[in-house]
Design a protein around this ligand. Structure first.
Ligand code: CAA
Length: 379
């Protein structure tokens, strides 16, 4: 067993750390406050190759491993979870989905610009009435011969306004239940496709979340991903990898808040000494550091299993379940350690506490992760 990162992985980690400090940190409070999408920063992330990290070079990706990907997610999320969710969705849901299951035509036309960071993608599964219960899709895709007619509404779609390419899950044959579901590539600007207003969110406010409406959108047959009826499996397989990315995001949020709390506790004095010298604070820091390290092991292991070509269903769900709880617990403690300063925006930790919450909700709630884990261990 090896607990050592390779030279290349360390280099990538450092590049992401530098980027987070120099490009993401300035302006992160303002972007959160005004719900401003990090347009310039995302462009630069694309130029660095961070938007198509695991895609082979022949499709304009960086050809890196999943461990490098989680290292980048962790470092970016320490500073700006709104920017890191763009990286996560583009890499693990959109690029991975197209690269693993798309046709050659789809890879040439859609994957290449997405992996190069010239375009952004969105993954559209959730609906007003179908979140955790993902098989009960109400969006329909009627087979019209050489095209499908898409009708329905998708909710809470990350990158909903900024994306150019949307992977949309829809029901083609209700009688077949989940085996009648398909996944389609929909382009922004297709007739009948409209984007609803931006959601006003508690956290990750710099990210761009919208509902999407499809009204008789004609989707060419060659834009269906995989065989007829493959859409639900496509969504599940893709989300498995996505959960590792979100687990890494949660880990990063926790680690970022912990680092700020540690630093603050050494500087802030009370009762004649640094607050870190009070056992009440020192023990909090000890618990936070231990929880973060445990989460890190789960996240890295899940990514490593993916790199080895082994099953990561269980490991990915465990990593997401645990890391997202750690993100919540640690950010609450980080605010507590900062006292009154923790409650104001300049000190960053209140934002991190708000950002942490979504990691227990999107790409499968904590309850869904427990369901997946229990099914795996009881199988
Ligand atoms: N890999 C491959 N196939 C899988 C699978 C997996 N991991 N999990 C399930 N399947 C297959 C099953 O084998 C079954 O197929 P067959 O009948 O052909 O064998 C089919 O899918 C249905 O499986 P289940 O009977 O287990 O289905 P279920 O109704 O009990 O639901 C679930 C399973 C795990 C709860 C699933 O519905 C689920 O993951 N729900 C959560 C959805 C989710 O994560 N949404 C996130 C939205 S995306 C998002 O947040 C993105 C963003 O913008 C940030």
């Amino acid at each position: 067993m090896q607990f050592q990162l390779s030279e290349e992985q360390l280099m990538i980690q450092q590049a992401a750390r530098d980027f987070a400090q120099t490009e993401l940190k300035p302006g992160v409070i303002e972007r959160d406050e005004h719900q401003k999408f990090p347009t310039e920063q995302v462009k630069k992330l694309g130029e660095l190759g961070f938007l198509g990290m695991m895609v082979p070079e022949k499709y304009n990706g960086s050809g890196l491993d999943a461990v490098s990907y989680v290292l980048v997610m962790e470092e970016l999320s320490k500073v700006d979870a709104s920017a890191s969710v763009v990286v996560s969705v583009n890499n693990s849901l959109v690029c991975y989905g197209l690269e693993s299951f798309g046709s050659e035509y789809q890879k040439e036309k859609y994957l290449k610009p997405l992996a190069a960071g010239q375009q952004i993608g969105a993954f559209c599964l959730s609906e007003p009435e179908a979140g955790s219960d993902a098989t009960s899709q109400q969006t329909t895709a009627e087979d019209m011969g050489d095209y499908y007619l898409l009708n329905g509404t998708k909710n809470w779609i990350t990158n909903g306004g900024t994306a150019s390419t949307y992977l949309v899950i829809a029901q083609t044959n209700r009688a077949l239940k989940h085996r009648g579901i398909n996944a389609f590539i929909v382009e922004k600007g297709m007739e009948g496709f409209t984007i609803g207003p931006k959601e006003n969110k508690m956290g990750i406010r710099g990210s761009d979340t919208h509902s999407l409406m499809f009204n008789d959108v004609k989707v060419p047959k060659e834009n269906r991903i995989g065989e007829d009826g493959f859409g639900f499996k496509f969504a599940m397989k893709t989300l498995e990898g996505g959960r590792i990315g979100i687990a890494a995001q949660a880990l990063g949020i926790a680690a970022g808040a912990y680092e700020l709390a540690l630093e603050y506790s050494k500087q802030r004095k009370s009762f004649g000494k640094a607050i870190s010298d009070h056992q009440a604070i020192a023990f909090k820091l000890a618990d936070m550091a231990t929880q973060i390290e445990a989460a890190r092991m789960l996240v890295y292991k899940a990514a490593w299993l993916k790199d080895q070509g082994q099953s990561y269903t269980l490991a990915g769900s465990m990593a997401k379940l645990y890391a997202s709880k750690v993100a919540m617990d640690v950010t609450i403690e980080a605010v507590q350690i900062h006292g009154g300063y923790g409650f104001v925006k300049e000190y960053h930790v209140e934002r991190m506490m708000r950002d942490a919450k979504i990691t227990q909700i999107y790409e499968g709630t904590s309850e869904i992760q427990s369901l997946v884990i229990s099914r795996e261990i009881l199988r």
